[in-house]
Design a protein around this ligand. Structure first.
Ligand code: AMP
Ligand code: MG
Length: 412
C-alpha cells in the first residue's frame, strides 16, 4: 500500500475515497447565510418560471400573423400589471414594458427601437417581419412548478442563492460542515501570541490551513502545535480523530525528526500514498486511521493528510488533494482541483523531471488570460505565494516552455 505516485494516480485515489465518504447531518439556515454551503435537500420551483408569458423587450405586443405597417394603440401594460382590456384584434397593438405579462391574444413584441409612434398609431419599420414568440419567454419555459431547480449537493453561490430566492426559499437545508483538525508539527514552531527566538519560526501553516478549510466548506479546529516527539504526535492523533478529517503539517520528509509517518504507521494507519511526483509537495501523505484505536474507541476510519511543512507546499497540496476530499465530505459532487488553462506570457526554461506547480499571476486584461511566474525563493517563500493568485502547472516531461504556450493553472 502507498508509495510515491504520479500526480494523476494520486488524485484518482483521493477522488475514489472521496466518492465513498458518508454524509454529514442536515441543518436549516437562512438563505443569505447559505453562501458556500452545500444543499442537503433539493430546491423546487415554486411555480412555473416565468409564471406568465413574459415580454423581454419594451415595445408593442402584437399578433405576429397580422402585423401591419400601421396599427392602432389600444392600451398599455406595465411590469407588475395584467392586461384587463378586451382580447386584442387584428390591426391592434398594446404598448408593453419589459417584464410585463403578454396580453391575451398577443404572441410577439415589436421592439420600441423598430417602430415610430404617431399619436394613437404605431408604424412598424418597413421590412421588419415578426415571428410568433419573438421577444417573449413563454410561461414555464425556464422551469415547471415542482421541478428540481437546485439538486442536492449544489454548492450555494450568488447564482444559486438568486435562483433559490426566485423560488421563494427563505431558508434552505444544508449539510453540516465537516470538522477538520489541524495539527502543525515542529520543534521550531511558536504560536502567534508568543515572541519567537532568533532560531524559531512562527506557526503560519495552521492559519493558512484554517482559512483554506473554511473556504472549502469545512470547520477548522486548530489544535496546539505538536513537538517532533512520538508521544506528542500520538496525543494529537487522539484529539484529532474527534474531527471528520485530520490535517497534519510538517514532519513527513526524510529528516531524522520527521516522525509523522512512523507514528501513523504505529497506530495502524492505512496509507493510500506516501509521496507524489510533484514539486513543491512531494512528501504529501494520504491515508486513513483504523476504525478501532488501541484504546478501543471507535472512530469510523478517519481520513488524514500529512502535508509537507514548507508553507507553499502545504498550500499547493491542500488545493490539489485536500480540497476535493473536503468538498465531497461536505456533500458536494466529487470533483478534482480547479484547473484552468491560460497562455504563458514568458519563456520558462525547462527542467524535465518532476511536475511543477509554481506560484504565478493570472491576469485577464484581455479576454485571453495570461499567466506569468512570480519570482520565488522556493517553497518556504510565503511572500511570493501571496503575490501569486494561482499556480502554473509545468509537466515534468516537457523541456522548456515558450511565451504563447497554453498551459494549465491551478486556481485557488
Ligand atoms: P518539515 O516538513 O517539517 O521538514 O518542514 C519543512 C519546512 O517548513 C521547515 O523549514 C519548517 O520550519 C517549515 N515549517 C514546518 N511547519 C511549519 C508551520 N506550521 N508554519 C511555518 N513553517 C513551517
Ligand atoms: Mg518539521
Amino acid at each position: 500500500m502507498g508509495g510515491v505516485m504520479e500526480f494523476d494516480a494520486a488524485l484518482d485515489l483521493v477522488l475514489r475515497e472521496a466518492s465513498r465518504v458518508s454524509r454529514m447531518g442536515l441543518e436549516e439556515v437562512e438563505l443569505l447565510a447559505s453562501r458556500g454551503r452545500v444543499l442537503a435537500k433539493e430546491v423546487l420551483s415554486e411555480r412555473d418560471q416565468p409564471p406568465f408569458d413574459r415580454a423581454t423587450r419594451d415595445g408593442f405586443a402584437v399578433r405576429a400573423a397580422d402585423v401591419r405597417t400601421e396599427m392602432a394603440i389600444v392600451g398599455q401594460v406595465r411590469a407588475g400589471e395584467q392586461w384587463r382590456g378586451e382580447e386584442m384584434r387584428a390591426g391592434q397593438a398594446i404598448e408593453i414594458m419589459t417584464g410585463a405579462p403578454m396580453p391575451e391574444g398577443a404572441d410577439a413584441v415589436v421592439m420600441v427601437e423598430h417602430v415610430r409612434v404617431e399619436e394613437a398609431q404605431v408604424r412598424v419599420q418597413e421590412g421588419r417581419g415578426l415571428t410568433a414568440g419573438e421577444n417573449v419567454v413563454p410561461r414555464g419555459a425556464e422551469a415547471r412548478a415542482g421541478e428540481v431547480v437546485l439538486p442536492r449537493g449544489t454548492v450555494l453561490g450568488a447564482a444559486e442563492i438568486a435562483l433559490a430566492a426566485a423560488c421563494g426559499a427563505a431558508t434552505v437545508a444544508v449539510y453540516e460542515r465537516p470538522r477538520v483538525a489541524i495539527v502543525a508539527t515542529g520543534d521550531e514552531l511558536v504560536e502567534l501570541r508568543d515572541a519567537p527566538k532568533d532560531w524559531q519560526i512562527r506557526n503560519s501553516n495552521s492559519y493558512g490551513l484554517a482559512a483554506m478549510v473554511d473556504a472549502a466548506g469545512g470547520e477548522a479546529v486548530r489544535l496546539p502545535v505538536a513537538r517532533d516527539e512520538r508521544e506528542a504526535l500520538r496525543e494529537r492523533l487522539t484529539e484529532g480523530r474527534e474531527c471528520e478529517l485530520l490535517l497534519l503539517s510538517g514532519g513527513v520528509s526524510m529528516g531524522k525528526y520527521d516522525l509523522v509517518e512512523e507514528v501513523l504507521a504505529e497506530v495502524g494507519a492505512e496509507f493510500f500514498f506516501t509521496g507524489v511526483r510533484m514539486q513543491p509537495g512531494k512528501p504529501v501523505v494520504f491515508g486513513r486511521l483504523p476504525p478501532r484505536q488501541s484504546d478501543g474507541a471507535e472512530f469510523g476510519g478517519r481520513y488524514f493528510f500529512g502535508l509537507p511543512g514548507n508553507p507553499v507546499s502545504t498550500q499547493v497540496t491542500f488545493h490539489c488533494f485536500v480540497e476535493p476530499m473536503l468538498r465531497a465530505m461536505g456533500g458536494a459532487e466529487v470533483q478534482g482541483p480547479r484547473f484552468a488553462q491560460a497562455t504563458l506570457g514568458e519563456n520558462v526554461p525547462g527542467r524535465a523531471g518532476l511536475m511543477r506547480l509554481l506560484p504565478a499571476g493570472l491576469t485577464s486584461t484581455r479576454v485571453r488570460p495570461e499567466v506569468r511566474l512570480v519570482g520565488w525563493k522556493g517553497s518556504g517563500d510565503l511572500g511570493a505565494n501571496a503575490r501569486a493568485n494561482c499556480y502554473a502547472v509545468l509537466p515534468g516531461d516537457v523541456e522548456g516552455f515558450r511565451a504563447g504556450d497554453v498551459i494549465s493553472v491551478l486556481l485557488r
